[in-house]
Design a protein around this ligand. Structure first.
Ligand SMILES: Cc1ncc(COP(=O)(O)O)c(C=O)c1O
Length: 293
């Protein structure tokens, strides 16, 4: 939304590892950390606008839910939030992202939970160079990929191999995102975005089930759609419905509201970002402006 930071003037990324602020390049994780060995960890990504964390409450609420879903106990989420603010202030960050990851901690390598392990609490803040700026205006090209992820995609866990492989395939064919589908043809979401379609003037998006991440931006967009009096139906989109959609867009913390112009080389609707997508993009921008006032 705002001008990209020049790489030359961007503050260097800072990490906060268990309460210690250090340059990100100096943060060290033990080899026996269960996040590293098993992906036994959860995470969050927040966007800072003008140095202020956007939708902070929702992100920390989802983090607490992810932690309890995989039974990592004893994390003081409020203390973590304070650490985040201290780290942002220490680097004078403006347009930036915050990555937070909590692992079950270090212990001799065995699958079952260790009797005594201290969760590892890492966060880092870095300037955000927006890769979606142009596509937000003109629309993105995306591909379809099978959703090979696990049955609890509602937990924001660091097990992201299904997302990584699908995204890499998208990159290799010059696309910005891969939309994931289940064997029955249901579209779940993008590798790092929530999915919305428009049919007959009605906004469609998958209901919140274990098959999708409950996106923080998705939640905001549902609120903005209500405010804009755009009718919404929370029902799954299907692959065979794509040709009938007049608009398609993605939402996410870094992508914001990202129109899709082409799926697998087939044009969506009239090709250009449609009127409902534009309205919601504007409503999003207004919401950020109001937040920064
Ligand atoms: C799989 C997946 N779906 C949706 C999203 C969008 O969620 P949010 O709006 O909270 O960034 C993400 C974000 O990274 C994601 O990884």
């Amino acid at each position: 939304m705002t001008a990209p930071a020049s790489v030359a003037t961007a503050p260097p990324p800072l990490a906060n590892l268990d309460g210690q602020i250090v340059p990100l390049a100096e943060a060290r994780i033990p080899a026996l950390d269960r996040g590293f060995l098993f992906g036994d960890a959860v995470y969050e990504v927040l966007r800072l606008y003008a140095g202020r964390p956007w939708l902070e409450y929702d992100h920390f609420e989802r983090l607490a839910r992810s932690l309890s879903s995989i039974r990592i106990d004893g994390v003081d989420v409020e203390r973590l939030r304070r650490r985040m603010h201290e780290t942002i202030a220490a680097g004078s960050f403006q347009e930036a992202t915050v990555y937070i990851q909590i692992t079950r901690g270090s212990a001799p390598r065995a699958y079952a939970f260790p009797a005594a392990a201290m969760p590892l609490e890492l966060l880092f803040v870095q300037e955000f160079i927006d890769p979606y700026r142009e596509a937000r205006r003109t629309g993105a090209r995306v591909i379809l990929q099978p959703d090979i992820r696990w049955g609890r995609c509602d937990i924001k866990s660091t097990n992201l191999l299904g997302n990584v492989l699908a995204m890499q395939t998208a990159r290799e064919v010059g696309c910005l995102e891969a939309l994931l589908y289940l064997p029955d043809g249901t579209l779940t979401e993008g590798t790092h975005t929530s999915l919305f379609g428009v049919h007959d003037g009605c906004l469609l998006t998958a209901p919140s089930t274990p098959s999708i991440l409950p996106g923080v931006t998705r939640k905001l967009i549902l609120r903005l759609a209500a405010q804009e009096r755009v009718p919404v139906r929370e029902e799954p989109l299907r692959r065979d419905q794509l040709a009938q959609l007049s608009e398609l867009f993605l939402t996410g913390t870094t992508s914001e509201v990202l129109p899709v112009r082409e799926v697998e080389y087939n044009q969506v609707g009239a090709g250009d970002p449609g009127p409902i997508t534009r309205r919601l993009q504007q409503a999003y921008e207004q919401a950020v402006k109001a937040f920064l006032k």
